[in-house]
Design a protein around this ligand. Structure first.
Ligand SMILES: *Cc1c(COP(=O)(O)O)cnc(C)c1O
Length: 411
């Protein structure tokens, strides 16, 4: 048997992973044009407008609003959807905390539904079990580029008359039965923070998938202190609270150039993710990432699970052995499911206050979403980059095969 690198054997990966430049002269040209406008305000300049027009065209949507972050985009969708004090919002326990920040700023209560074991996305059955008369919205999280099972989710939403907000921060150009995620629910929320498929430094977009212009106006105003800039006469009367989440012209400018690269980025990531799945299928004890039936995944990262009963090592040992082979990886994703963060355990959204949790009997007990907890305890995450070469992917697979075969339990 080949000696593992962690035991002093030779490494699988001996050359550096291929890298590349995310930003170039295209972004610089747009930025210079933005500055030459003599304004960096989205409503007066043309860059944010162009960015949104390009995005709308690519997505085939009529309305979208630019924001300062993905977290802001989700808050805007919640505000526009009318989520307010004491409402419940169902979401996934494996996500970025940005998914629930807006829920709490609206003084609504996050409720967590469980996940499917290998897509890592919300299980429609679990969503339905969590619905109460207080449920106002579902935030579906399309994790790592993989779409949620949207048909049953939209049916549930229709049945109970609740809004669907899609968190697409990790899922640019992901499709579900031929439809782009972000265009299926009532709102689609995207992030352009520096770690996503495309970056404007920070930023976000909300699609408003309504045929009613007033819904678009509402979302637009909610990102801008409830300033009604799109109405015939600018209304400054404010009927309820809304934050300032405006995008600047500088972000819009970079976004225009970044969007032109998005198709290539997503196509490449899809190719690499599919190659990883193919390469690891059939390895005893390894459960590759499962793409939702009807889905096309743009792999923001790649995550597989270990069946520890099939190995003589722990997940930590597997992960370390793989890293020693020259394959960077992380054991798990977020350190624990979202409902186990202190904020929710202590029910403290605001320092020294129990509000809004005191309006609800929602509990965040360990074990309440067992599959989600299990996923985090057994997963190994591999970074994917559009700048990798096929050879890099082949070596990742080779590393996983080498470590697996060393630790496989003999029958
Ligand atoms: C990144 C991310 C967010 C938040 O986006 P920011 O731009 O960082 O605020 C929300 N949800 C998910 C799933 C994310 O990955």
């Amino acid at each position: 048997m080949t000696k593992l690198a962690i035991h002093g054997g030779s490494k699988v990966k001996t050359t550096p992973f291929s890298t590349g430049e995310r930003f170039g002269i295209e972004e610089a040209k747009e930025l210079l044009e933005a500055l030459n406008q003599n304004t960096l305000f989205y409503h007066f300049g043309q860059k944010v407008k162009q960015f949104l027009a390009d995005f709308n065209k690519m997505y085939g949507v009529k309305y979208s609003v630019a924001t300062s972050s993905g977290t802001a985009a989700i808050h805007v969708a919640l505000g526009a959807a009318g989520v307010t004090v004491g409402d419940e919002v169902i979401t996934s326990p494996i996500t970025d905390q940005g998914t629930i920040v807006g829920v709490l700023y609206q003084n609504a209560i996050p409720v967590f539904a469980d996940l499917e074991p290998n897509t890592y996305n919300l299980d429609p059955k679990s969503i339905e079990e969590k619905i109460t008369p207080k449920t106002k919205a579902i935030i579906v999280v399309h994790l790592a580029g993989n779409p949620c099972n949207m048909d049953p989710i939209m049916e549930i939403a229709k049945k109970y008359n609740i809004k669907v907000i899609e968190d697409c921060a990790q899922s640019y150009l992901t499709t579900y039965n031929g439809r782009l995620v972000g265009t299926i629910g009532d709102y689609g929320c995207f992030s352009t923070n520096d770690f996503k498929h495309i970056s404007t430094g920070d930023g976000g977009i909300v699609t408003v998938n309504s045929t009613h212009q007033e819904d678009y106006f509402k979302a637009h105003a909610f990102a801008d202190k409830n300033y009604q800039r799109l109405a015939d006469s600018v209304a400054r009367d404010i009927e309820y609270l809304a934050p300032n989440y405006r995008m600047t012209e500088l972000q819009g400018a970079v976004g225009i150039a970044q969007l032109k690269k998005l198709q290539w980025i997503c196509q490449t990531r899809n190719t690499y993710g599919e190659l990883l799945t193919k390469g690891m299928s059939g390895i005893e004890g390894i459960e590759p990432m499962k793409i939702t039936p009807g889905g096309w995944c743009t792999y923001w990262f790649y995550m597989f699970r270990l069946d520890e009963s099939k190995f003589t090592c722990s997940r930590a040992e597997f992960s370390q052995a793989l890293a020693a082979e020259g394959i960077p990886n992380q054991a798990g994703y977020i350190p624990k499911v979202l409902y186990q963060i202190p904020l929710l355990q202590k029910k403290q959204a605001y320092v020294d206050s129990q509000f809004p949790f005191d309006l609800s009997d929602q509990n965040y007990e360990a074990g309440s979403c067992p599959e989600a907890e299990d996923i985090l305890n057994t997963a190994i995450r591999i970074n994917i980059s559009e700048f990798y070469k096929i050879g890099d992917i082949e070596e990742i697979i080779e590393g996983i095969k080498k470590v697996s075969s060393y630790f496989q339990r003999k029958k």
